[in-house]
Design a protein around this ligand. Structure first.
Ligand code: PBG
Length: 426
């Protein structure tokens, strides 16, 4: 998942091309455009396809030596004539520009473009966020067409099965918690029989090989809708919140979580979580830190999905100012020093510079979160016929990879993985 070098058949010489097997050139799950067997160079061939095939297939019975002797004597069958494609009438006749460098040469055919493609994407790069609730039925999320709050025992298993089927192996869980279980201190967050731990155990039982990420933050459990404990005067209490988060993460680890992901932006939580996990023997549970999480308006649809809007104020005293770049380096240094295994940037597409900044300043795997607002904008524009939803989806994901993300948390994971496996809805 975090590998930086990818292998694609487009990068190797196709030795079997002449034996007729050369056309299965692209791996089943590669974003490289398919260069089908019928592709032809831009030059127009005079001979028909049958003639060409016959010339290859019908040997005259002559030996190699005879053929070579003919060639030496200047007698050989003429190859097909290539004609120059005509320019439209009225095209100015000019002297070609005198330039040594023409970058378009490396873009002139699908095969060349595939060979020189710098970035690749595969379902292994995706983490699918899933909304779960206590109900039996799946409830559509109005602001996120195609996304549902899934019943943890039914719809969820179905969704994981389908995503798994197209190569998505990583999932992150977000619970919609009943209001009656919310409190100012969010204690439901570490109930071992709460929705998330219960769901982790069920998923681990049904799909032992998947990777389960969890969200570590109090907002789904907070009656104030904040990621931490709110003091009377509105201050979000840092260290007390971290204490709760440690209990939450340990409870998730006990249930079988593979990667705990603090999205709360409290100071010092990575080190505290690492110690708490280690103290309970969970040395192998990874921490994906939301290193650079911005106070963004792109989270709107998510908060609707979980009914987790802050009851008052905003999250600006803990989430970062969207105007800030250097500050991400401060968070990066702290998270690295405190033992984070993966660094996450959120949102994704509007923050490509931050993804690149972290990529260039850390050797750790980088994750990008293509958040709910980004998802909904693409869905809405697609539904209105303003853009091609599928193409914009694939491009946005490729751009996150190009900026330096190893993994991408995206609500498009299943759809995009299906496309990469050649079975996407058209
Ligand atoms: C909260 C959390 C949020 C998201 C993930 N975890 C929202 C917030 O910070 O208010 C947003 C994800 C999205 O918009 O898709 N801990």
């Amino acid at each position: 998942m975090a590998s930086t070098v990818s292998f694609s058949p487009a990068n190797v010489q196709m030795l079997q091309a002449r034996s007729g097997h050369g056309h299965a050139a692209f791996g089943s799950c590669s974003a490289v455009p398919r260069a089908g067997p019928r592709l032809r160079s831009t030059a127009i061939r005079v001979s028909s396809e049958q003639e060409a095939a016959a010339a290859v297939r019908a040997p005259s019975g002559r030996t190699i030596e005879e053929c070579e002797a003919d060639a030496v004597a200047g007698k050989f069958p003429a190859p097909p004539q290539l004609v120059r494609p005509k320019a439209p009438e009225g095209t100015p006749e000019i002297r070609p520009l005198d330039m040594a460098k023409r970058p378009r040469r490396n873009r002139k055919s699908p095969a060349l473009r595939a060979a020189f493609q710098e970035t690749s994407i595969s379902p292994a790069n995706f983490v699918l966020p899933l909304f779960i609730h206590e109900g039996e039925e799946d409830a559509p999320i109005g602001a996120m067409p195609g996304c549902y709050r899934l019943g943890w025992r039914h719809g969820l298993l179905d969704e994981v099965y389908k995503a798994h089927d197209v190569g998505v192996n990583s999932f992150v869980l977000f619970p919609k918690v009943p209001d009656a279980l919310k409190s100012p201190t969010g204690d439901e967050a570490y109930n071992d029989n709460g929705l998330v731990p219960r769901t982790i155990r069920l998923l681990k039982d049904k799909f032992p090989d998947i990777v389960i990420y969890t969200d570590v933050a109090l907002d789904p459990y907070s009656s104030d809708g904040h990621d931490g404990i709110v003091r009377e005067d509105g201050v979000i209490m840092n260290d007390e919140t971290v204490y709760q988060l440690c209990k939450q993460a340990v409870s998730q680890a006990r249930a079988g979580a593979d990667v705990v992901s603090p999205s709360d932006m409290m100071d010092g939580r990575i080190g505290a979580l690492r110690s708490a996990l280690d103290a309970e023997g969970f040395h192998d549970v990874s921490i994906m830190s939301y290193t650079a999480k911005y106070a963004s308006s792109f989270y709107g649809p998510f908060r609707e999905a979980l009914d987790s809007n802050p009851r008052f104020g905003d999250k600006k005293t803990y989430q970062m100012n969207p105007a800030n770049y250097r500050e991400a380096l401060i968070e990066t240094a702290a998270d690295e020093a405190e033992g984070a295994d993966i660094l996450l940037v959120k949102p994704g597409l509007p923050y490509l510079d931050i993804i690149r900044l972290l990529r260039d300043n850390s050797a750790l795997p980088i994750a990008a979160y293509q958040v709910s607002g980004e998802y909904s904008m693409i869905k809405a524009a697609g539904a209105l016929g303003m853009v091609d939803e599928q193409k914009v989806m694939m491009e946005s994901l490729m751009c996150l990879r190009r900026a330096g993300a190893d993994v991408i948390l995206t609500y498009f994971a299943r759809h995009a993985a299906a496309v990469l496996c050649g079975m996407g809805p058209k």
